[in-house]
Design a protein. Structure first.
Length: 821
């Protein structure tokens, strides 16, 4: 805790330093002296020898790369970017003495030559976003003192005009509200247990944000992994700015105007989330302190006896022998394979935590061999992970060649240089120590990376990473560490079990993480304050390319209570990652710990989650395919509705479900904003006209939940775990709109293998329309090669008033018409 405080003061000090620093005093780039044209854009050379490259990647995507005082370096490498090869988009160039303009079919990049100001305009000439000052760098070293590594630099900065009514979204994982206007942030991955609103930075860095002004959105991805800063009009009335303590100005500008379109492009550039196994959407249970194996079995037994659905139990650091990663404690878990098989028969999968800290353990005298792998439980004499990594020179070293020895759970430890391809491959293969024993997924913790010696990173300042041959230091690599560790983990699982989809969860990350890992929001508190951050954090992560998010249900640190836990489930039962987790000395909080009253309510929501799996999976597949997240702020679906721009105590799942959870104790009624359109109360089917606030009863057993008129919500049978029985029957709940129509495009696949990437899925469109005396339902011929086998499909009209009879048919994969009267 003391360490935390020191860290806090230190970081606050530097943030205050930079905010107080007027970035307008930095040296501005010179005016444009000349330019050359290439196939994809122009390179501008400035009066101070700086160069700026404007590259058209697509009609709505332009990259701006700047090098101060010298030409653009030939090295062009980013760990975040997935797609580098873009087909040439149509663009034209118009120049005169005063300006240079690149026009694509959607966007104009208009550069004023003197002073050097970049404007982004839409095709009508309207300015969407413009520099407030020319790009700048700290040529004189004015900011050296506040920099993490003064030898890194120089500080680089971009400033943009602040719109009078401009809103800002995204920026990854921040302990902040949805709209980031009037806030400023720092990105420096940090282990921040017990963080509260305003604590900054926390675990992750995603330097991507979306600006929204008068309904039109744009995006900016500042691909710079150094400690970076984003000030959204906090220190100035006219400008927002972003900058970093080194590296290049290298940013991507995304033209909307739709946010969904921006997310599509952003995730095309940095990669999309592959589909996790379907069971990852199941209920998960964890606690630091689940040992020995008998206790894990007891947890599962309780779940089953109490008729609470469960798919996964997580093993925290206690399963290892003396915190040695890739080992098992022989007393606590004498036969992990027998355990995973036993749990497997009850439908429960095991996920193990894996930290980056490898125990620093040179072989002791008399150890038989440093190369042969001792049984996992005999690592006291010679620890194979340390031996192999040392021999192959995979561990991080300081500039002077010494091994870097941080202190984490095993005591003195070493970290892998995950920028080395061979080291990543080795790390991946080490996971055999889990997959051989039936472990189903991997949980990456502590990868900021956390170091008990010093959480600011100063102890690591001279640690060098290979970084694709650049041999760069911690200042550049810290924020990348979690990304690359998760990548090594993901690629390892993929290689070890090519027939299965990998499932990885990480705490730290950089942009692009969604290609490899899901995430959770770290060490929250069991408080209402902490709970109220769930919605803005999940939605902001979704607006930053990460759809698979969640938070420790009930909160991690401290003592919760039944009411808090129940309200927490009323949010998380519809979050992609739904896992109850607790700190080692925290009061127990499995769903039954506060008595039957709460347990019964929690059961109702967990069961509903499982019934909603067809809907959730369909929505998750949309995120995989388009980058548009499952867990959404209302503004993502209602971008023109200014009532939604600040709304972060409500959320939507996909386009169709709207929830307004209770975030305070003792509250049983709340105001709910319903956007324009018709909405059905999920619990009563009562219809409401939107475009207004309504007041809704919300006793503890009820979370206000609404369905968009026009939706069809596919639901499955009650399940104790995924795969317990086939998704049969499938019930299509039809909520007709004012015209009497509703539709859904429903997605299915085998839920386990990567075959969906080769077309082994099924996509079925269902349309309902009201006709005289009833409804006609049309089931399209499905797309894709996946064959789920015959099952029952039920169609239920959920309109209030007249009761229609549900109709059930046997699905044989052909186009059908059903009549409901
Ligand atoms: O220093 O592994 O966020 O979920 O239970 C604490 C023990 C390390 C932090 C993780 C938390 C986990 C805990 N870990």
């Amino acid at each position: 805790m003391k360490k935390c405080l020191t860290l806090l003061c230190c970081l606050l000090g530097s943030v205050a330093g930079i905010a107080a620093q007027d970035i307008t005093t930095l040296q501005k780039i010179g005016s444009v002296a000349s330019f050359t044209r290439s196939e994809k854009g122009v390179t501008l050379t400035c009066s101070d020898n700086s160069q700026v490259q404007l590259t058209v990647l697509a009609a709505d995507l332009v990259r701006i790369r700047t090098s101060f005082g010298k030409g653009i370096p030939s090295r062009d490498h980013s760990w975040a970017i997935e797609k580098t090869d873009w087909p040439t988009a149509r663009w034209s160039l118009l120049t005169n003495d005063a300006s240079i303009s690149l026009k694509t079919d959607e966007l104009e990049v208009f550069v004023h030559r003197n002073p050097f100001i970049i404007e982004f305009r839409d095709v009508t000439g309207r300015i969407i976003n413009a520099d407030e000052q020319p790009m700048a760098h700290d040529a004189k070293g004015l900011l050296k003192e506040m920099m993490f590594d003064p030898a890194a630099g120089p500080f680089v900065a971009v400033s943009k005009r602040l719109g009078f009514d401009e809103h800002f979204y995204g920026l990854g994982e921040k302990a902040a509200r949805l709209d980031k206007r009037r806030s400023s942030f720092v990105n420096w991955n940090s282990d921040t247990p017990g963080y509260t609103e305003g604590k900054d930075p926390i675990y992750q860095t995603v330097p991507f944000y979306i600006g929204l002004d008068r309904g039109a959105a744009y995006g900016i991805f500042f691909d710079n992994s150094y400690r970076s800063y984003f000030d959204f009009g906090k220190s100035s009335q006219q400008r927002i700015w972003f900058g970093a303590e080194g590296g290049e100005i290298d940013y991507y500008f995304f033209h909307g105007p739709s946010i969904k379109k921006i997310l599509g492009r952003y995730t095309e550039l940095t990669g999309r989330m592959p589909l996790p196994p379907l069971w990852a959407l199941g209920n998960q249970q964890s606690r630091w302190g689940y040992y020995p194996d008998k206790m894990v079995e007891e947890v599962v037994k309780q779940y089953r006896e109490r008729d609470l659905p469960l798919d996964v139990v997580h093993l925290d650091i206690d399963y290892m022998q003396a915190y040695r990663v890739f080992t098992w404690d022989p007393k606590r878990f004498p036969d992990p394979k027998v355990m995973t098989e036993k749990l497997g028969r009850q439908g429960v999968k095991i996920i193990t935590i894996v930290d980056p800290g490898i125990k620093h353990q040179p072989p002791s005298a008399g150890a038989s061999s440093t190369t042969s792998r001792l049984p996992l439980e005999l690592q006291d004499r010679s620890y194979y992970v340390f031996d192999e990594g040392l021999k192959n020179n995979y561990f991080q070293r300081r500039k002077n060649g010494d091994l870097f020895v941080p202190r984490v759970w095993p005591g003195e430890s070493v970290f892998v240089d995950y920028t080395l391809p061979a080291a990543r491959q080795w790390w991946g293969e080490l996971h055999r120590a889990y997959t051989d024993f039936g472990v189903a997924g991997i949980w990456n913790d502590m990868n900021e990376p956390s170091d008990f010696v010093d959480q600011t990173g100063k102890n690591q300042i001279d640690v060098v990473s290979n970084d694709a041959g650049a041999n760069s230091t911690h200042a550049k690599n810290r924020n990348l560490f979690g990304l690359l560790m998760s990548r090594a983990t993901y690629e390892g699982l993929q290689k070890l079990q090519p027939e299965k989809r990998p499932y990885v969860i990480t705490r730290a990350a950089y942009a692009g993480i969604q290609r490899y890992s899901t995430m959770w929001t770290g060490d929250t508190n069991s408080t209402w304050e902490s709970l109220s951050l769930n919605i803005p954090m999940f939605t902001s992560l979704g607006l930053s390319g990460q759809p698979f998010v969640g938070s420790d249900v009930g909160g991690f640190i401290g003592r919760g209570n039944g009411e808090l836990l129940t309200r927490s489930y009323q949010i998380s039962f519809l979050a992609p990652f739904c896992r109850n987790h607790k700190v080692i000395d925290g009061y127990d909080q499995e769903p039954w710990r506060f008595g039957k009253h709460y347990e019964d309510i929690i059961r109702k929501y967990l069961k509903l989650r499982y019934q909603l799996l067809p809907f959730l999976y369909t929505t998750l597949e949309e995120a995989h395919r388009t980058g548009v997240p499952l867990f959404r702020p209302l503004m993502l679906n209602y971008q023109d509705d200014t009532n939604t721009y600040n709304l972060d105590d409500q959320f939507m799942v996909g386009n169709d479900l709207l929830l307004a959870p209770i975030l305070k104790p003792d509250v049983t009624r709340r105001l709910v904003y319903l956007p324009k359109g018709t909405w059905y109360d999920y619990w009563t089917n009562k219809k409401h006209e939107g475009g207004t606030m309504i007041s809704v009863e919300a006793p503890l057993e009820t979370v206000p939940m609404f369905v968009r008129a026009g939706a069809i919500i596919p639901m499955g049978p009650e399940l104790n775990y995924v795969g317990e029985r086939p998704m049969d029957p499938l019930t299509f709940n039809i909520y007709p709109d004012e015209r009497g129509i509703a539709s859904v495009t429903f997605y299915e696949d085998d839920g386990l293998s990567p075959a969906y990437k080769q077309g082994a899925f099924r996509r079925t469109t269902i349309n309902a329309e009201s006709v005289a005396g009833g409804y006609n339902v049309t089931i399209s011929k499905p797309e894709g090669s996946f064959r789920p086998g015959p099952r029952k499909l039920s169609f239920v009209i959920r309109a209030p008033g007249r009761a229609y009879k549900a109709v059930t048919i046997t699905d044989d994969g052909s186009a059908r018409k059903v009549r409901i009267s």
